[in-house]
Design a protein around this ligand. Structure first.
Ligand SMILES: Cc1ncc(COP(=O)(O)O)c(C=O)c1O
Length: 380
């Protein structure tokens, strides 16, 4: 009999919804077209793009004119960094944190090689930055502050409104990587002191390979590619119409039931944690449980090698991971957990479980049983 797959790795990616697939198939079939064509087929494709921009704007509480589609969250992150450093490579400084996604870590390394100074704020044992340290670290050379909204490994939420107020007061633009926040938190970006926000569709059941950057003032934005006038020239290249249309549909579905979906994911996560902490000795939740996105659970299994446990769970049909998908193949403990003060052994003994609205209580109960059995075996 085919083994049942239980997918608890939704921070890596989510399964596109049937309604999303349907929309994608439409624009890959009868409603195809190049949005830059002057004829009616082109106009039809343009309509799909503008509808998707509106649907996404609704989800994040933005004006649609402030959204530029990109090829990924990675690209959106890179673009914010590039935009704020391109005119002033010598002497300018970026302020970010030690726990950002690799698309920010590696872009920071690249800019450093090109004369930009990069300062990284530490986090405490709960995974939160210190606002006083942020305030003290901003100086006349700071050209961008970039602090993630939600951490991909722990789900910890940074106090972005307070961070934004500090940046406003000191006249420095703020970028936030919201790849793990959009569709999992109520959001009204228009009213928030945020200049740039990056997001990616595949974390909320859209196709992969499509993202966006919100930009409060497009004059702050600079293109990294050169070509046609797609996305007002900020992101030239024929649009990924299927991806963008699919992301729009996924955003619309999320927006229509957001509070209900958030509460469902939170119930699943909380049940999982309550059962795990009760039934599996030596388990502990990593990160601030009071400031956490609804779907993420990072668990330390004391005395157990998490790498082996992830493999064994996989053999039993349960998909989860040790860190982010972008670092899964690196032979190193999670830099996020290490930055929070966990020892190398503790970081290696930790596993991320991330839930979606498609998961069920039955799946939670089955996985708890499997973990109980496996942890007993791995301890002996
Ligand atoms: C926090 C965070 N930022 C950025 C990204 C990158 O998004 P994409 O996979 O679309 O490049 C991810 C994806 O894992 C993420 O979790």
């Amino acid at each position: 009999m085919k083994q049942k797959e239980i997918y608890f790795d939704n921070n890596a990616t989510t399964k596109p919804l049937p309604e999303v697939r349907e929309e994608v198939l439409k624009v890959m079939g009868p409603e195809f077209g190049n949005p830059s064509s002057a004829h009616l087929t082109g106009a039809r494709a343009r309509k799909h793009i503008s509808q998707a921009r509106e649907q996404l704007a609704q989800l994040i509480g933005s004006d649609s004119s402030k959204i530029i589609f990109t090829g990924s969250g990675t690209e959106a992150n890179n673009m914010a960094f590039y935009s704020c450093t391109r005119d002033q490579t010598n002497g300018c400084e970026i302020l970010t944190t030690t726990i950002e996604h690799s698309s920010i870590q590696k872009m920071s390394n690249f800019l450093k090689l090109n004369g930009v100074s990069v300062k990284k704020l530490q986090v405490n044992s709960q995974g939160l930055i210190n606002l006083e340290e942020l305030k003290e670290s901003i100086n006349e050379n700071t050209s961008l502050v970039s602090i993630q909204l939600v951490n991909n490994e722990t789900g910890v939420i940074q106090p972005i409104s307070e961070i934004g107020e500090i940046c406003r007061e000191l006249s420095v633009p703020l970028h936030t990587d919201a790849a793990q926040a959009v569709g999992k938190m109520e959001m009204n970006i228009q009213g928030m002191p945020i200049d740039f926000l990056s997001l990616t569709g595949h974390k909320f059941h859209s196709p992969q390979g499509v993202g966006a950057i919100y930009c409060k003032d497009k004059f702050l934005l600079a293109p990294m590619l050169f070509g046609g006038f797609q996305e007002e020239g900020f992101r030239p290249g024929t649009e990924n119409v299927p991806g963008i249309t699919g992301m729009g549909k996924a955003a619309e579905i999320r927006k229509n039931n957001l509070s209900e979906l958030i509460s469902k994911m939170k119930d699943l996560r909380d049940r999982f944690e309550a059962m795990l902490l009760d039934f599996v000795p030596g388990t502990k939740v990593n990160g601030d449980t009071k400031n956490r996105v609804c779907n993420t659970s990072n668990i330390m299994f004391s005395g157990i090698d998490g790498r082996r446990l992830v493999k064994e769970l996989d053999q039993n049909g349960v998909r989860c991971s040790q860190s982010s998908a972008c670092t899964n193949f690196e032979i190193a403990p999670s830099y996020v957990l290490r930055a929070m003060g966990l020892t190398e052994e503790e970081a290696y003994s930790s596993i991320r479980f991330s839930f979606s609205v498609e998961n069920t209580y039955d799946e939670i109960d089955s996985v708890i049983e499997i973990i109980r059995k496996l942890t007993d075996e791995l301890k002996n």
